[in-house]
Design a protein around this ligand. Structure first.
Ligand SMILES: C[S@@+](CC[C@H](N)C(=O)[O-])C[C@H]1O[C@@H](n2cnc3c(N)ncnc32)[C@H](O)[C@@H]1O
Length: 233
């Protein structure tokens, strides 16, 4: 299946941004917070470290990260959709003591210096990139040797399997109708499409090694419906 044009992804997330947090909580029954917390537990960011949240969206994970790296550390949240960053900035203003900066940028070519970060996260971002391998190469480039990274996303299922049928049922019969109530039917119908072209966990591991990571593991979450690619640079 064809990968999306970067501009169309940017427009999509700009249009979803005002409803993104509300729908995220509703559609995951609040569980996305649990999965993000689990990701951070696995990555164990340390005080004084400099972390990156690529495809940071409205900034919830970057804010949680910033609590863990202070004092002395900081977090940079990067996203290509300006409207998501507007919300991230306003969310961060409520916790203005946390060390976070926001930057509009392309995860495939951030323009940031190499070997800069002690760690990185990317939640529900890799699936939306036009070239996931190029995204992993850029992520690897930004990390210091030995740094850790975690990529959280849906866990794509083998076509026809029970897991795949459950995912399809959930997306078509719950996610899209609920999003339609907010006028975002087509934007959320895109989720199923993006999942079809997203590589399975084992393939993500291979791509990460090809991208230059020393270690890569894929760990299932939420009875296998979600997955986290855990990386060491
Ligand atoms: C599904 S949202 C996830 C947001 C957030 N990380 C979360 O977990 O709630 C995907 C985000 O990736 C961003 N994104 C997609 N392609 C991108 C790219 N090439 N560079 C930077 N951000 C991108 C979108 O703008 C969007 O905010």
């Amino acid at each position: 299946m064809k990968h999306p044009e970067p501009n169309s992804v940017e427009n999509l997330f700009n249009s979803v941004a005002p409803n993104y947090d509300y729908l995220n909580d509703l559609l995951s029954f609040g569980l996305h917070r649990v999965w993000k917390r689990q990701l951070l537990l696995w990555l164990d960011p340390g005080q004084g470290q400099y972390w990156l949240d690529l495809c940071c969206g409205t900034g919830d994970l970057a804010i949680d990260l910033a609590r863990l790296v202070r004092p002395g550390g900081s977090v940079l949240g990067v996203d290509s959709a300006e409207q998501t960053l507007v919300l991230a900035r306003s969310r961060a203003m409520k916790v203005s003591w946390l060390p976070i900066n926001w930057m509009r940028g392309d995860a495939l070519d951030t323009g940031l210096p190499s070997n800069e970060f002690d760690g990185a996260v990317m939640a529900y971002g890799l699936r939306n990139l036009s070239d996931p391998l190029a995204g992993l190469v850029e992520l690897r480039r930004l990390l210091r040797p030995g740094a850790r990274a975690g990529v959280l996303d849906f866990n794509p299922k083998v076509d026809g399997s029970l897991g795949a049928r459950f995912q399809q049922f959930y997306l078509r019969n719950f996610v899209v109708p609920v999003a339609a109530n907010s006028g975002l039917e087509s934007q959320y119908a895109y989720l199923e499409e993006s999942l079809k072209r997203f590589p399975a966990g084992a393939v993500q591991v291979k791509l990460a090694i090809e991208a230059g990571f020393l270690e890569a593991y894929h760990r299932p979450l939420a009875v296998g419906q979600m997955g986290a690619l855990l990386l060491k640079a």
